[in-house]
Design a protein around this ligand. Structure first.
Ligand code: BGO
Length: 267
């Protein structure tokens, strides 16, 4: 059985370092079809049947940059068996914005919190069990540079990939938005697989025109958009973005403690 695992993360999160550590010299470099964005694939060390696909570094799965479009089209169309989401542990709040969207694709995610050597040195604390519970995915601490935790992260991803379970996101938006999302999801046809319908519903509600080219039947959701924009007095894209930031703030509040260095040096 051949398995594909995608590496996804923000620019500068350490993705190249992790990709090199996982694949060694066993790499193929080319371009993504039709665009001059570099595509790197490699075999997981010691596993001829497991391919690691390095996605472009991105901040979001919105369709504003070529890199975002390439990454999300790959995730939607090729449906890798698992995603390793690399998160820069020194910049966790910002990185979680992409993570919340990756969880909505119906693909199992392992979160690899990188730069943990730097985080440990700073004295900051990331409570990974709590983080894992709040996000509804496996979380592993790694240092791609030092090579710590990367075997555990890849083994967890391989295990999830082999289990082939459809992944269901645990994050719920505010109830009124959830009910509108449910109604949009119900309008999406069978051309979109069940586990991807939530992602498509969110993108349709965000008025993301590029998602339409991925659908054979495009539902009319004008009524839902008007309703939620009236109810929440904002445009749908901002509503959804704000909701994500609220979710991320609640996660950070419970799962991350910054060392107050100034206070320590005074006492
Ligand atoms: C430079 N720990 C530490 N401390 N650094 C890490 C880790 C880690 O776990 N992982 C990656 N880095 P990329 P993207 C650099 O290149 O893999 C470092 O964009 C430098 N270069 O070594 O390139 C990594 O692919 C000069 O740092 O990220 C790299 O996602 C001085 O994070 C940077 C200092 O990693 C980005 C660092 C000339």
């Amino acid at each position: 059985m051949s398995i594909k695992i995608a590496l996804a993360g923000n620019p500068n999160c350490g993705k190249t370092t992790l990709f090199n550590a996982l694949t060694g010299s066993n790499q193929f470099v080319g371009n993504w079809p039709g665009v001059t964005v570099e595509k790197k694939e490699g075999k997981l060390k010691g596993h001829k049947d497991i391919t690691i696909v390095d996605l472009p570094g991105i901040y979001s799965l919105s369709p504003y940059t070529l890199e975002e479009v390439v990454a999300r089209n790959y995730l939607i169309n090729e449906k890798p068996d698992a995603i390793i989401n690399i998160v820069d542990g020194t910049n966790i709040e910002r990185n979680l914005y992409l993570s919340t969207q990756l969880m909505e694709l119906g693909i199992p995610v392992v979160m690899a919190i990188n730069m943990m050597d730097v985080v440990h040195k700073s004295g900051d604390k990331i409570y990974i069990n709590e983080l894992s519970k709040k996000l509804g995915c496996e979380v592993v601490e790694i240092s791609a540079l030092k090579g710590t935790g990367i075997k555990e992260a890849s083994e967890k991803a391989v295990k999830l990939a082999k289990e082939k379970n459809k992944s269901i996101p645990i994050h719920e938006f505010t109830p009124v938005l959830e009910s509108v999302l449910n109604s949009v999801e119900a309008k999406i046809g069978f051309d979109v697989s069940e586990e991807q319908r939530r992602f498509f519903a969110i993108k349709l509600l965000e008025k993301d025109e590029k998602i339409l080219s991925q659908m054979k039947q495009v539902p009319n959701i004008e009524e839902e958009i008007n309703y939620i924009e009236n109810e929440m007095d904002d445009d749908t894209e901002s509503i959804i973005t704000n909701e994500r930031y609220l979710y991320i703030s609640s996660i950070i509040k419970d799962c991350y403690k910054k060392t107050n260095k100034e206070k320590m040096s005074v006492s």
